[in-house]
Design a protein. Structure first.
Length: 184
């Protein structure tokens, strides 16, 4: 390895480690939602945190309030994933609560994370669904209590409700059945 590269690594590595992502989850966490803190592994005990939503169904373009609470926490990374593609975050987050922010993994504001490592008792943000039907979704999150203590795999399912379309379909099948019975 040449000495320039070596020097760069020696400078960059400690800076990243010391910083500990206090201003939000790093890019590397976009897919697996792992904080990748040096020497930290996910807790296997039951998480003290939970995700709650203002509605367990949604329609395209609708907004849901997502809340994270439990014990005090320093950091989080939370996204909505469609059940047909569990790798790409969908929708957009707005009005992140104090000491949290929205960030971009694939598209603008598709991820909600902390902006500062101050202990938070509770956090919330609004999530707006894409305008096209993405089917059922799941909010997925990793929540960081301290640099070495975090829980992954927080999930909250929200099902797609294509209300009008189903209604029209049921009406159509109903009328067809009546027509078949009457005409026979
Ligand atoms: C946040 O979402 C809720 C629905 O959960 C909605 O009533 C409220 O108007 C939204 N707030 C903003 C600022 O968009
Ligand atoms: C985080 O931001 C708040 C203001 O929103 C500030 O009071 C606090 O000192 C900050 N904490 C850290 C660890 O930077």
């Amino acid at each position: 390895m040449d000495s320039f590269l070596m020097t760069c690594l020696l400078i960059i590595v400690p800076v990243v480690t010391i910083n500990g992502y206090s201003t939000g989850a790093p890019k590397g966490a976009c897919k697996n939602l792992m904080p990748n803190h040096e020497g930290a592994v996910a807790q296997t005990t039951t998480s003290p945190y939970s995700i709650s939503v203002s509605s367990t169904t949604y329609k395209p373009g609708e907004t849901i309030t997502v809340t994270v609470k439990g014990e005090l926490f320093k950091g989080l990374i939370l996204q909505a994933r469609s059940s047909s593609d569990d790798t790409t975050p969908i929708g957009t987050f707005t009005i992140p609560s104090t000491n949290t922010k929205t960030t971009k993994c694939t598209s603008d504001s598709d991820t909600w994370t902390h902006s500062n490592s101050t202990n938070k008792r509770e956090g919330s943000a609004n999530w707006t669904a894409p305008s096209t039907n993405m089917g059922d979704i799941t909010f997925r999150a990793t929540i960081v209590q301290t640099k070495l203590k975090f829980w992954t795999n927080h999930e909250k399912a929200v099902s797609a409700q294509s209300g009008l379309r189903y209604g029209v379909w049921i009406l159509f099948v109903g009328l067809l059945t009546v027509a078949m019975v009457v005409c026979n």
